[in-house]
Design a protein around this ligand. Sequence first.
Ligand SMILES: Cc1cc2nc3c(=O)[nH]c(=O)nc-3n(C[C@H](O)[C@H](O)[C@H](O)COP(=O)(O)OP(=O)(O)OC[C@H]3O[C@@H](n4cnc5c(N)ncnc54)[C@H](O)[C@@H]3O)c2cc1C
Length: 449
Amino acid sequence: MDKQDLASYSFDASFGIHFPEIVIQPVSTDEVARIVKLAYQHTIPICPRGQATSLSGGPLAVEGGIVLDMTKMNQVLDIMPDDLIAIVSPGIITGDIHRAADKYGLMYPPDPSSSAISTIGGNLAENAGGPRGLKYGVTKDYVLGLEVVTPQGEVIRTGSRTVKNVTGYDLTKLIVGAEGTLGIITQAILQLIPKPRATGTLMAIFDDIVTSGKAISQILTSGILPAKMEIMDQACIQAVESYQPNGLPIDAEAILLIEIDGHPRAVEEELVEVAAIFEKIGARKVIIAKTQEESDSLWKARKMVSPAITRVKPTKISEDATVPRSKIPDMFARLKEIRDKYNVNLVVFGHAGDGNLHPNIIADKRDQEEMKRVEMAVAEIFETAIALGGTLSGEHGIGTMKSPFMEMELGVVGLDMMKRIKESWDPKNIMNPGKIFPKPGQKLVLTEG
Ligand SMILES: Cc1cc2nc3c(=O)[nH]c(=O)nc-3n(C[C@H](O)[C@H](O)[C@H](O)COP(=O)(O)OP(=O)(O)OC[C@H]3O[C@@H](n4cnc5c(N)ncnc54)[C@H](O)[C@@H]3O)c2cc1C
């Protein structure tokens, strides 16, 4: 393969460029098994890859070798309404599963914001979450079984089509979220649920971000569980307004967007109750969407955040440090301090209801001095999340970006137990090497050269 062909497989949506030696596009489990057997025999690194929307470096060939592009393995998308399951190939785009289930009045709840472009294989490997995670959980909560090619090239099946299954160790849950380090997923059995009969949207505008954090905790202890609760801070609001004016108040410090779903009458009542709670705590304004068009227009602002902030500066470092819900106000306060301390362009949005904030730093990677400050700010964000009882990653995975911080969260023994699992599955370390586990002394490096 020439260098130009390999170039399009050398990056993902995170940081760093790593060229593979070869890219292979298998179309069947048998082909995957034969390729992996060969790689095992000759000890060649092999990196599974979906649509490369990873924000943590997951599919990058950091040790060279083979990139296994799984996007051509997209033949199966079977909905079985009587069993409430879907059988899918790994290269299927997640949004296509949503649409297929919808035709039967069913729902596949995990909804990463990248659903329109990411593959279910990538979602499974990263245990992806999304706005609906607040009420419905994440990818691992909807996987009943998998077909996996092991690092030795053997084909195994985990789980089953049944809702309950306690036969032995839960290998399904081990492989989901393993970031392609334990095997290649070649098929999955997903659980579906009945689609809620109605949804309603509400937007609340706050003069002060810490009050919005308190409002989140109040809603969550009020007996109402929204399907989605998303936040945008002032920098996001301003970026969205200058990207595509929507009439958002650029002097507000935070906007919360809520979706309630369920029985139509319950949705109506709960929206009014949530509005009352927000007003009482001091929201500047609360808007309840009366039509689907109004609801779409409120959500448009949130959807615009990613494209809008990357117009500010070209490099986006997108984190997903997550804290216990009660610590959301503290996290907001600490993020403000970190922004000022390192003088970085830090914007915050994300899935506020489950404590999964997305502090994003917008920078220019050509500016080495700025990137040094970004490195220090990112490290302090991780330290803060862990000090508050949280985690390095709520949904984007560890990949290459967060591995230097693993010991800080897991401790020496905890990390060693994970390494031992990896070593027993993959003694030759060919399966997506260089991910999750730090090399001795490895540090986060965002500067080049
Ligand atoms: C704009 C944007 C919004 C995003 N929003 C969200 C969000 O809301 N929630 C969220 O969780 N993430 C989000 N992400 C991150 C990303 O989309 C997810 O991690 C997604 O699951 C990656 O899917 P992919 O097909 O792009 O996989 P890739 O990026 O190609 O790969 C991701 C990982 O999966 C492994 N992998 C891929 N296929 C297989 C397979 N068949 N078997 C084994 N391992 C495999 C790879 O080795 C890698 O480790 C977002 C990204 C972007 C760019």
